[in-house]
Design a protein around this ligand. Sequence first.
Ligand SMILES: [Zn+2]
Ligand SMILES: [Zn+2]
Length: 348
Amino acid sequence: MADARADDDADAAVEDLVAAFPALAGLVRPAVLLRPEPGTPGVLDSSVGGPLLWPAAEPWPVCREAHAVEVRVKVPDEDRAALERVDRAVRGRRRARPERAEETTAEETAVLRRVLAGAEALDRISWETVRTVWDTSGPGVAMVPLLQLRHPRASAAAGRPRTGRPDGADLLQVLWCPNDHGELPDQSGYHGPALEIRHRTAARVARDRVLTSPPRPDRAEDAYLPTPCLLSPQPVADLADPDGLPDPDDLPAALAEEARRWAGRRGAGAVPLNVPSRRPDWKLGGWPGLDLSGPDSLDCVSCGAPTRLLLTVPSSVDGPDISVGRFGTLRVHTCPEDGRHPARLHLQ
Ligand SMILES: [Zn+2]
Ligand SMILES: [Zn+2]
């Protein structure tokens, strides 16, 4: 594996940097930039949207949370006739007085409201009312692979909780349900894809018993189906964004600049100091780049410990070509105390 030492190097880079700049202790974290590029990953590769090294005997994750379903109901003929009379009356008035804005009378508005009966929209082509309901019926939706990452040295970038993770886990697998959701457990205010995170030991998956054709979702939003990508993981020492700290004065610009120059002088082969950029990268570990303390705090819902950033998933039109939120960024945070506690999802 080309990326075998990536996460290990990031840990070492952080130690070197803090040894040279003790004031940076707590302000620099190990991270791995994932750098996805479209390709044809196999089950042994680190990938975004690629096949997973998944034991054939293990159930594939299925999402049984509430999914949005569009319910269409035919408008009865007499109601359609009433609506067509309203439309004709509106058009007639507009022709007579084109300078006036389109208006409906109170009576006409009442007709429309009665026919809609709480639906969000009226399809005037098919003459159906359209409403969204949250549906939990059916067998559930098969999840799709978002990320597989081999990190053979169990790095700090990959989270390393005090307890609750299999010993020797060197393979991170993240799947998601490629749909929007109603309320998800433990994720107040978040309505994006539901996530499933697995940590396993690659050597324990028998190569002749790997799942070759996982189930596919029977419903999915295109924006949540990543283009398969291979990764070129790059370990970095991830420097905090002062604007993302509760107190920006904790990281003076002069100190950041000095550290940057020091890291730059270390030359080729050295682990780079990752300076916060405007456009978030696909990244394991490191800093979220925004202040998630105070009212936005993402404490563990099970034990109350402040969570740590595990994964940054940005929207992009190149590479994996996905879009989360309003072309925003999904950040996955996990509990540093116990790997079994639920992740917290943050969409910005
Ligand atoms: Zn779902
Ligand atoms: Zn916890």
